[in-house]
Design a protein around this ligand. Sequence first.
Ligand code: PLP
Length: 396
Amino acid sequence: MKNNSPGVSSFTDRIGGSGAAAWDIHIIASEAQERGEDVILLSIGDPDFSTPKPVVDCAINALNNGDTHYAATAGRTELRQAIADDFSKQSGLATEVDNVFVFAGTQNALFSASLVVLEHGDEVIALEPMYVSYEATLQLGGAKLVKVAQPADNGFRLDIKLVEQAITKATRAIVITTPNNPTGVAMTPSELESIATLAIKHNLWVISDEIYTDIIFDGEHHSIAALPNMAERTITINGLSKSHAMTGWRVGWTIAPKQLAQHFDNLTLCMLYGIPGFVQEAALLALTDEREASIVMRDTYKKRRDLVCSELAKAKKLPLLKPDAAMYVMADIRAYGMPCHDFCHALYNATGVSVLDAGAFGSSADGWIRISFTLGEDTLKTGCERIVAFLASLPD
Ligand SMILES: Cc1ncc(COP(=O)(O)O)c(C=O)c1O
């Protein structure tokens, strides 16, 4: 039938993005799981833990007590204060309530930061591999995304010369993710300093996605905002999805120079009107009384990381990148001579184990797969054994 409806805007092209094909394996496996089939989903970054019960109870109590009305668009002062205190403590940068703006998840915070600081004609540098939604999110307002590889043969670590070469007169911002999804690499102070030097020299914004801050296994987290002269040009984004297994609650925030608050407020009035009050109360509890729960989750992820790395090390030709942080192990399947997308489907068809083609996160990860450890140890062990047996069955 002929479609007579008026056309959509060119904006829809910018939010289309690529990388969707990488998720098809996850969708196929999830559907099979719903049908009760024997599948093991190692393709998703959604924690298997339940949100800590006191956090859930707090939201229920707030609902029962009538906390069901519009809430402050920037977030309630107590919550913003808790976020500011947390960030001050973790980063060493004195942070105030007015530096904090609460959004519906880290993704929504990135979306908002992107619209507030980037525009048509700008270039935004993002280090890849990068989280799959970045491509569309950073180009929403018409800015051009310039991807800069963190090469696999350097352990997916920063190559600052490549960043420097990518800077032009049109560059407006650099986007980093530390710790990184999919690589689990946490940036060192000297790597952050080298980015800061460029940002200051060329008067650029830095958007720093730090959603995996609380899931670092080795070493400490460092925030670029805390380096000298960086607070005025850095938007740090974070949230509770990973630290407290709260992906479905949609709580995230920005920590940014105070002058951005007015613009975030205007944007929030257009798109969101603030997140629900009962969610904010639960988030406040998570950040204060329920810190310990987050530490227990981190320690569990660490055990899982070690288990997955030692099980997969039994494969003959599977170099691994042991992650510093987060919930994923990267494995290099190039020795098996199969395109990654085909490999993921062949593995799934043979074993019921779904993993992601990491090339979807950027071309520097072509030939690598991302294996999530968001399942219990027994299931993870079985999943790894199946992967190792599948690899052994492939021709040399
Ligand atoms: C690096 C990164 N940023 C942002 C997000 C989105 O997080 P949220 O659930 O807080 O929107 C994710 C989710 O996996 C992520 O890995």
